[in-house]
Design a protein. Structure first.
Length: 234
């Protein structure tokens, strides 16, 4: 689906997966409309539609992504050219991509794959990479891309690889988020008590998440020095 021509936007609506990501992005975009999906398909669909109807003049997707390309380590910045979802290819707006940092040595492009479920297994990641050729996947950008297309709004994505393609996540990683995108401590402790062998894999995931957070923080700090990004953010 082709992007439509438009003037440079200044009122972004931003979709993330987790409340922690929303708090982080709020520091960069203090005046933007920001919504968290709670890392669920229903939440992503609902919040993407809400952002498209809130008066924003562009839609952005920020946050973590699961790596599909085995060459990309945790902390890799993704500014995709397209989002693949439900058999459709949604073209990210080139002006917004440039503002977000596409073409820089520290970011990669390509396509981002949407998933309606959490992908934990490295084997499934390998299959999805072979089928799509996408660099990474997330659970929000497809809904955001479709909402943008329906509303006639430009959109773009800035994601960072958290778990690389070769890493299989422990089952607890897919079961500990609360409906609002926070951490369900009771579910976390219960899962670990039932299967304590998950702890080393969970610690590895924590290390990857820390790398991803620092990489996104450093990248956005660099982008904030650029006039076009500052204009969009403020």
């Amino acid at each position: 689906m082709a992007a439509t021509a438009h003037i440079t936007p200044t009122k972004p609506g931003i979709l993330v997966g987790l409340t922690a990501e929303a708090k982080f992005i709020r520091q960069v975009f203090p005046h933007a409309a920001i919504a968290a999906s709670g890392a669920t398909s229903a939440g992503a669909k609902r919040e993407a539609a809400r952002l498209a109807a809130c008066g924003a003049d562009c839609l952005l997707s920020f946050g973590l992504a699961a790596g599909l390309d085995p060459a990309l380590p945790a902390g890799t910045i993704i500014v995709p050219e397209t989002v693949l979802a439900w058999g459709a290819s949604y073209v990210c707006d080139p002006t917004l991509r440039h503002i977000l940092g596409s073409g820089q040595a520290s970011s990669v492009g390509g396509s981002l794959l949407h998933s309606d479920h959490v992908v934990l297994d490295a084997g499934e990641k390998a299959t999805l990479f072979a089928q799509s050729g996408s660099t990474a996947l997330d659970m929000e950008s497809g809904f955001l891309a479709r909402a943008a297309a329906d509303a006639g709004l430009p959109f773009a994505v800035l994601r960072v690889v958290c778990d690389p393609a070769t890493r299989t996540l422990p089952p607890v990683a897919g079961a500990v988020l609360s409906p609002d995108g926070g951490l369900n401590i009771k579910a976390l402790l219960g899962s670990l008590l039932r299967k304590p062998t998950q702890i080393p894999a969970l610690m590895a995931l924590g290390k990857d998440a820390s790398l991803a957070h620092k990489a996104m923080q450093n990248f956005l700090q660099q982008q904030r020095t650029l006039q076009a990004f500052a204009r969009l953010a403020n």
